[in-house]
Design a protein around this ligand. Sequence first.
Ligand code: FAD
Length: 477
Amino acid sequence: MMSGLVWYRRDLRTIDCAPLALACKNNDRVDACFLVSAGQWRRHGLGPNHVEYMRRSLASLADQLAELNIQLHVKLVDTYLDAPKAIHELARDLACTNVHWGREHEVDEVARDKAVRNLLSESGLQVHEHDDQVVVPPGSVRTGSDTGYKVFTPYRKAWLPAARDHVAGSMHERPEPMRQPPPPPAELPEVIPEFEGFVPMDAWPVGEVEASKTMKRFVRERGSDYGRDRDIPSVHGTSRLGAALAVGALSPRTCVAMGWRHAERHPEAAEGLNVWISELAWRDFYKNVVHEFPHVCRNRAFKPETEQVAWRDDEASFKAWCEGRTGYPIVDSAMRCLVATGWMHNRLRMVTSQFLSKHLLIDWRRGEAFFARHLIDMDFASNNGGWQWSSSTGTDAAPYFRVFNPTTQGRRFDPDGAFIRSWIPELSDLPAREIHEPSKMTGGLWNPSTYPQPIVDQSAGRTRAIKAFADTRNAGE
Ligand SMILES: Cc1cc2nc3c(=O)[nH]c(=O)nc-3n(C[C@H](O)[C@H](O)[C@H](O)COP(=O)(O)OP(=O)(O)OC[C@H]3O[C@@H](n4cnc5c(N)ncnc54)[C@H](O)[C@@H]3O)c2cc1C
């Protein structure tokens, strides 16, 4: 009798899940498992919002697997060092002959998998690894000179035909129920110790059924307007599927397939949906960066020369940024939204990250860590890639002297101040023409003492950042 074990990680689903599909196809009996690695997550700087979302997604996965008569075994370990023993013991206790999992691409995960693979192979178990986190497997599209892509636009050009092939050829149906007895209820932790204190989560689709409904609704109802609405934080114009994609409750191939199918049937929606699919290509791009340039996983800048930037040590400004008290309304509203909800709009992630790394000249790694602790959709590759893009240490093709002006960004993307007003009660009565620069108001009834003065002059901050980057470049010449 062939008996398989599916080791779930960031692929918490049954639909289009290669490890599950192939384990079910090739075995008479299948079990599934997940390792809660709280010590490792702590070392990786994950916060309670993302971990709680993962825990809830796991509960939903256990129900889905039970419909297929498959038991989900959840084991508590500390760090990845404990993974080989835990998986080996479970496989032995369940008399498994083979183990399936979906590849992860960050260095610690790659090292963990190598150690597990070695131990299982030594014990005579077969290991099957699948590429399931992305549309196009990292490393499979490369430049003409056989190097990893460093810039998004040419990557995307190579990605598109490869994505068509993968969507057409690599997707997997949800398996039929196994012919094995229904499992007992899964034993899941009620809460994961040290990750208590999360934000309310009702707004987020948990589990693959809800994520799939949200995706279909988005594609049908908002996909056509995505190109127009995706930059306006006060409008619900994006899919908000990041968290589901981050834990793998939704397959990115399914998203792309659904987007293309809908665009074919509704050509008027094609433009918006193609922009959305490009964003999913960004997600693949950053996973590819992690695979091709693993030094980014070790807290290093993608562009090594930018390691020399003289970041400022300014605790008070960092605290003001974290707490939404910089005196720049678009920055402060975004930071308050992040802390209260665990989510921030993409445009605002760009504005706030540039503000910290450029205007305040504070090391991007501090901002990256703060986002990692708060984001419900935390994903190492996208978070690191986004931060390095903003701080000109990463893959951005634009030069370091492109610095977003936070006031102009606010006027452009929140023209009537609706988003700012919803997060900064101190400014809620201000008219649109004054809300972006309350420090410039003279007279009137408004009392400036209720909202901070700007902690940095935007023009002086910009000049200081450009000089710091130029000094680094000159020193390297
Ligand atoms: C500083 C910074 C930090 C970021 N941190 C994360 C993070 O931890 N996790 C994360 O998933 N995204 C991150 N992003 C990318 C992006 O902001 C979010 O993916 C997006 O805001 C999520 O909202 P949504 O699900 O409505 O996305 P949509 O606009 O509907 O896009 C669909 C999906 O495409 C992917 N995507 C969209 N934009 C990007 C992008 N620029 N880079 C990579 N993938 C993208 C996401 O999986 C997203 O859910 C970050 C961006 C910046 C600038």
